[in-house]
Design a protein. Sequence first.
Length: 195
Amino acid sequence: MTLVQVPHFMLPRPLSVPKELVHQFSGSSIWLHIGITLYEVLVGFILGVIVGAIIAYAIYKSETLSDYVKPILIFLQVAPKIALVPLFVVWFGLGLTSKIIVVFSMVVFPIIIGIESALRQIPSSYYDLLHVVQSPKSKTIVDLEIPYILPEVFASLKIAIVQAIIGATVANGWQANMVLVIFNPLRHPHSIHHC
């Protein structure tokens, strides 16, 4: 006996959920969409890690640059990403580019903060020692900085990959809703065919 008639598409029966999952994953369509989303996640993640590492190192090496860049980074980080998605869609269109940029924006900040804070924790006595033995700059990076920051880099990568998946999910969901609004037949009554 039912008290209220709720349509099945709004509240499906519990047994219909696993059945629909099996149906969706047995078709090839879902795998294509999973592949596209993974592509967005990987490209945005890789770009975010590379750009984030470069910015973090530049901020670490230059106090002047740090004074200019850090306030901008903090502003971009505290701005809700869901609010930036419409801007990315307007600037870059509906498609892969805007989704990758959303993922990139979610990834780059944890990488910058993690690497920059790890670099600042290196004791100055280590640099003094390398300076005394006249170690070249490249040797300082390879022998001191990279090994010292690796634990923090891996912690930042764990945060960043989760952020990348969240970013791709938000971007896909938001763009799907936007497509529904743009192509809604009720907005264009002349396109509705009467039977």
